[in-house]
Ligand binder design. Structure first.
Ligand SMILES: [Zn+2]
Length: 105
């Protein structure tokens, strides 16, 4: 399948992600998505999209839960660390630098 965004050839990969829903945070796994190696665009397969639509339209019913997991929760308001080059707290985050860039002091 060609990427809708850039036209590169996508590869079929396992899809797993989390969603905030009417039932709170839920994790979804076992789906498949076409992922673009060039730009990162991801498109669920038709079957995965149909199952996600079913779960959404039925408010994620208990009888479809396959397992439960506990996850750590972090605060983006209170995390105490910072990384080199961090700017003022209320300014927009800078555009991510490429891995070849060397930060200048
Ligand atoms: Zn692409």
């Amino acid at each position: 399948m060609a990427c809708r965004a850039c036209g590169a050839t996508c590869t079929l990969e396992q899809a797993q992600f989390a969603l905030w829903t009417v039932r709170g945070l839920v994790a979804l796994e076992g789906g498949q998505a076409w992922v673009c190696p060039a730009c990162g665009e991801s498109t669920n397969t038709e079957a995965t999209a149909r199952r996600l639509e079913y779960l959404t339209m039925t408010d994620f019913p208990n009888h479809e839960v396959v397992r439960r997991m506990e996850v750590p929760v972090y605060s983006l308001a209170a995390a105490s660390g910072s990384v080199a080059g961090a700017t003022n707290a209320d300014e927009p985050a800078p555009v991510a630098r490429g891995s070849n860039d060397t930060p200048k002091e």
